[in-house]
Design a protein around this ligand. Structure first.
Ligand code: 8YV
Length: 334
């Protein structure tokens, strides 16, 4: 795109360096440590027409920018942005779907296998010299064999995980805000009902008020003592205290967690849980996929300011105009 010097984009906080380079190439850029109106002069607040961010953007900040047209979010999950408020104010919000689907699904399957087969612990055993000194790593209590998998959030990523696990020979069921058209897996109308019918629960649900602590003590108990819980969506979806208790007292067998409620702060009780496999939110974090996300974020801004509409607007702001041909996400799923 030809440089549109007149358009000013705000980048609050840290952002992928390729995304920054692309945005700087096409627009005037203002950087700020975070999305806080007090950090911007009145003149700058008036100039800003777009935001490129992986930061918390609340209603007050949107209201403080009178000429804001678009918030391009780095990530498929956009619970950090008040998209409903943006939609009401005529500000389009975009995210980065599709380009990270397969990567995140790969990570989810890896995390599940780590949780049941204890592969990180087995590697630790080898590296610590215990294979030589103490013998083979103990047989794992967990296995993928004879499991039934429930997926909470049957969107693009949920479907990609389901397809992989189907190939592993595992039956799949799901819960989603609504039954998903064209998906043949068994549907359960509530998360609790899903948990009662499976022993392996994979959470791919978005964050936000609707899913806050949805995976609670009752859901975990319903999975039973063979239960395995994997979270690749958002930490806010889980009652972490209840999860740590369920892991400690054998209510469930194991967990695999890539996301936490207050990142990068992981609760001490989860750090201590020997039967939890923990990752530092790396679901999409390959160089390949993060670059694709950066490109899609920049493409959204360029498309919008060329008058062609947003490429991947989120549901709450789709009425503000998008390019024909954009994918239609499943409500309530990533
Ligand atoms: C990113 C994610 O790590 O896309 C998402 O929703 O959680 C991840 O892919 C995150 O958005 C940026 O840090």
């Amino acid at each position: 795109m030809a440089p549109a010097e007149a358009v000013t984009i705000l980048i609050p906080g840290r952002l992928h360096e390729h995304a920054v380079a692309r945005v700087e190439r096409a627009f005037d850029v203002i950087r700020a440590p975070r999305a806080d109106a007090a950090l911007l002069s009145p003149a700058d607040r008036g100039r800003i027409r777009g935001i490129a961010a992986m930061a918390h953007i609340d209603a007050a900040f949107i209201d403080a920018l009178p000429n804001l047209e678009i918030i391009a979010n780095f990530g498929v999950g956009y619970d950090s942005v008040d998209a409903a408020h943006a939609g009401r104010k005529g500000v389009v919000v975009t995210n980065t779907p599709d380009v990270l689907t397969e990567e995140v699904a790969d990570t989810a399957v890896g995390l599940l296998i780590n949780a049941v087969r204890e592969l990180p612990k087995a590697e630790g055993w080898l590296r610590a010299g215990k294979w030589k000194s103490a013998g083979p790593y103990p047989f794992t209590r967990g296995t993928l064999r004879e499991r039934t998998v429930g997926i909470f959030g049957m969107g693009r990523i949920g479907l990609a995980i389901a397809r992989r696990l189907e190939a592993f020979g595992l039956p799949i069921a799901y819960h989603n805000r609504r039954r998903v058209e064209g998906v043949g897996y068994a549907y359960h109308a509530s998360l609790l009902e899903l948990a009662r019918n499976v022993d392996t629960l994979i959470c791919v649900a978005p964050g936000g008020a609707a899913t806050e602590k949805a995976v609670d003590a009752e859901v975990l108990a319903a999975l039973g003592p063979r239960g395995v819980f994997v979270n690749i969506g958002r930490g806010s979806t889980v009652d972490e205290e209840a999860l740590a208790a369920a892991l400690a007292n054998g209510t469930i067998l194991a967990a695999g967690l890539d996301v936490f409620a207050d990142e990068p702060n992981v609760p001490e009780a989860l750090l201590k849980a020997e039967n939890a496999s923990l990752l530092p939110h790396v679901g999409s974090a390959s160089q390949h996929t993060r670059r694709a996300m950066a490109d899609l974020m920049a493409d959204n801004l360029e498309s919008w300011f060329s008058g062609k509409g947003a490429l991947t607007p989120v549901a709450e702001t789709r009425h503000l105009g998008s390019l024909a041909g954009g994918t239609t996400p499943v409500a309530g799923a990533l």
